[in-house]
Design a protein around this ligand. Structure first.
Ligand code: AMP
Length: 198
């Protein structure tokens, strides 16, 4: 079982790349943010608990998100593996995940999509309005970046050599080919930009 963990700041493109990788590997794409947004839209108890925290750009409690992840990865469609997008977000979550994955005997593949902060801000401003995400507002985005820097960025130290850094700049195809190059079982489609001559 392969557990692929995508790390990256808000606006790094990890959601887009995770979806593409999921399609190409035939593995489920698990986005804790998307699961939480759905719960908010459905007005479930989970959604009610998470709504204001998410809108403010802060982290939902570790206990809640771990519960979401544990439940989702125990579903039958995850038996070959899965792609985690947005989890873990801090060291406590990474430790909890490590325990769960070692019990499952899963191999951990950690890829960090690195994008400079000024580019992140430009991308999020660009998608404002079109994605309809409340947490893309200037204030919530600032908070999400702060939370990323203080809580999530240190995950790179936590994982050390186990995390592979890829450049998140360039086209979606270019980033996807870097991502595939970081995973021995993934092959980028033959239309990757390096192979196209103009
Ligand atoms: P995302 O779509 O990954 O940017 O997540 C959107 C929001 O959902 C985040 O800003 C958090 O409020 C919440 N969220 C998603 N994943 C987590 C997580 N692993 N831990 C805590 N909160 C999370």
């Amino acid at each position: 079982m392969n557990a692929i963990i995508l790390l990256g700041a808000p606006g790094s493109g990890k959601g887009t790349q995770a979806a593409r990788l999921a399609e190409s590997l035939g593995l489920p794409h698990i986005s804790t943010g998307a699961i939480l947004r759905q719960a908010v839209a459905d007005g479930t108890e989970l959604g009610m608990a998470a709504r204001d925290i998410m809108a403010a750009g802060r982290l939902v409690s570790d206990e809640i998100v771990l519960g979401i992840v544990e439940e989702r990865i125990s579903a039958p469609d995850c038996s070959r593996g899965f792609i985690l997008d947005g989890y873990p977000r801090n060291q406590a979550q990474a430790r909890a995940l490590g325990g769960v994955l070692s019990r499952l005997g899963a191999a951990e593949w950690i890829v960090n999509i690195a994008v400079p902060p000024e580019e992140l801000a430009a991308r999020v401003r660009g998608r404002r309005g079109t994605d309809g995400r409340q947490d893309d507002s200037e204030e919530a985005f600032r908070r999400r970046l702060e939370v990323y820097e203080s809580e999530s960025f240190p995950l790179l130290d936590h994982y050390g050599d186990r995390a592979v850094n890829i450049a998140g700049l360039g086209s979606r195809d270019e980033v996807f080919s870097h991502l595939c190059a970081a995973l021995p079982f993934a092959t980028a489609p033959l239309t990757t930009p390096q192979l196209v001559t103009r």
